[in-house]
Every structure is written in C-alpha cells, then in structure tokens.
Ligand binder design. Structure first.
Ligand code: SAM
Length: 242
C-alpha cells in the first residue's frame, strides 16, 4: 500500500485514505496481520496491523528496507503526446517496466494538441492515477510522476540540465543500434525521446543531435510510438541491469 510520508512516524503508520476500505472490506485483514506499506520514496515498511478503527488503520512498524523492486538506472521518458488510450497504455506499461518519470512533450507533428490548462491538468491527474495503480500492481517502490507537457526544446534542455544520457530513437537512423550506445556508456541516468504518430521532423532531430542526444535505430521495422517507447525502455533495463 502506498501511504504519504507524513503519515509515517518512527514507530507507526496511520492509514486514512481509500486503502482503509481495501484493507478492511476487500482483503478483510485483521489486527495482527502483516502488511507492507511503501512511502512512495523507495522505502518498504513491514508492519503489523494494530488497530482498525472507523476511517483509519494504525499499523506498527516492524522493519524498514529499501524497495528491491526499483531499478538501478533512472530513466525519464519524454513521450510525444499521442492519442488518448495509447498515452494511457504507455504510462501503465512504462511504469511496470521501471520508468522513473514521464514527461509528455508537444512536438511539431503531434496530432494531439495542448488543451486549455484546466483540461490538461485534469488529464495529467488521471495519468498520475494510472501510474500509481501500475506501480502498486507491479510492486514498485516509488510512484513515477507524470508532469505537465513541455516543448521539444524544453525537454532537450531538461535532459542536459539533469545530465541524462539522452537517446532519440529515429526510424531513419541506419548506423547506430540502441545496444551500441548502451554498451558504450557507464551512465546510470537516461532520457528517451519518442516521436508522435507522424514521427519527429528533421529539424527536431537536428536540434537534438546538436545538443548531444544520441540518435538510435530500434531495428528495420517502423514501430508505433507506444511500442518504440517500451522497446527502448526494456532495452535500457536489460542492458544496464535492473
Ligand atoms: N512517421 C514515421 C514513418 O511513418 O516513417 C514513423 C514514426 S513512429 C510511428 C513514432 C516514433 O517511434 C518515431 O518518432 C521514433 O521515435 C520511434 N520509432 C519507431 N520505429 C523506430 C525504429 N525502427 N527505430 C527507431 N525509432 C523508431
């Protein structure tokens, strides 16, 4: 169960959100039962349920460990906005595979355009809910954050500022396969730039290359945007050790 860090003291954890219903009425756990609580920041707390009250549960902390489910590498996915369900799908699967953060990007050929800020904010809120439930389902130790969309230039600047080993899968790249780049770096933090349905423009690719982003091939077949994201992420997890 994910619980906010402010509900965690040295000795006990207070659960007072929707988890109460899940623990009480769905799982029908009792006092004395063991549960694992995660603080969304990579710590797993092995706890014993001490009290089940109206609207809250108190659990006593038995031990704390660093979540073993977290990968050794950090990967930020810069995902071009793609149509509705596909974006949801990428977020869910990327969280399962081990992404650290998802930054939607608005690129020249995005069919999905930025909506008014209120609408966009509620979309991002929904994406974060998808990320949280995927993290819970796959036993992640942290909940990867999905943030508001930014532009292509802003995303390249973000990768530079955060010293990410930045990779841009590009279907016209014929020379360099993704494994070549991964096998020649010691980096532990990566950024992946994925184009929309219509791909990146040549200008966008040029700008990225100019800023030190590595263009890579994912093979001789054209992958859909959502497939390309997951293939790239899975390659990083595989090559760099989970
Ligand atoms: N518009 C392109 C076309 O029809 O030739 C396809 C773009 S593809 C659907 C979307 C994104 O997936 C691309 O911008 C790229 O980032 C990535 N991608 C798809 N296939 C790839 C491949 N074989 N190698 C590298 N990147 C690929």
């Amino acid at each position: 169960f994910f619980v906010n860090a402010q509900n965690i003291s040295e000795t006990e954890i207070i659960i007072d959100d929707e988890n109460v219903n899940h623990i009480k009425n769905v799982l029908r756990l009792q006092t004395g039962d063991e549960i694992i609580i995660n603080d969304r920041q990579g710590h797993d707390y092995k706890c014993i349920i001490n009290a089940i009250e109206q609207g809250r549960i108190i659990a006593l902390i038995d031990s704390v460990t660093h979540s073993l489910a977290e990968p050794q590498v950090e990967v930020v996915l810069f995902q071009s906005l793609i149509k509705g369900e596909k974006m949801d799908w990428v977020i869910q699967k990327a969280v399962e595979i081990g992404v650290t953060k998802i930054i939607p990007i608005c690129t020249t050929r995005c069919v999905v355009k930025l909506e008014n800020p209120k609408k966009m904010a509620s979309k991002v809120e929904r994406w974060n809910k998808i990320a949280e439930s995927a993290a819970k389902q796959s036993g992640r130790g942290v909940v990867p954050e999905v943030v508001l969309p930014i532009s292509m230039s802003e995303s390249i600047a973000y990768a530079r500022t955060n010293a990410l080993c930045a990779i841009i899968p590009y279907e016209k790249e014929r020379e360099i396969g993704i494994r070549k780049v991964l096998q020649s770096t010691e980096a532990k933090s990566f950024g992946i730039f994925i184009g929309p349905e219509g791909g990146f423009t040549e200008e966008e690719i040029e700008e990225a290359l100019h800023q030190g982003v590595h263009s890579v091939s994912l093979g001789n077949r054209i992958l859909r945007s959502e497939t390309a994201s997951l293939v790239t992420l899975a390659n990083i997890m595989y090559e760099m050790g989970e």
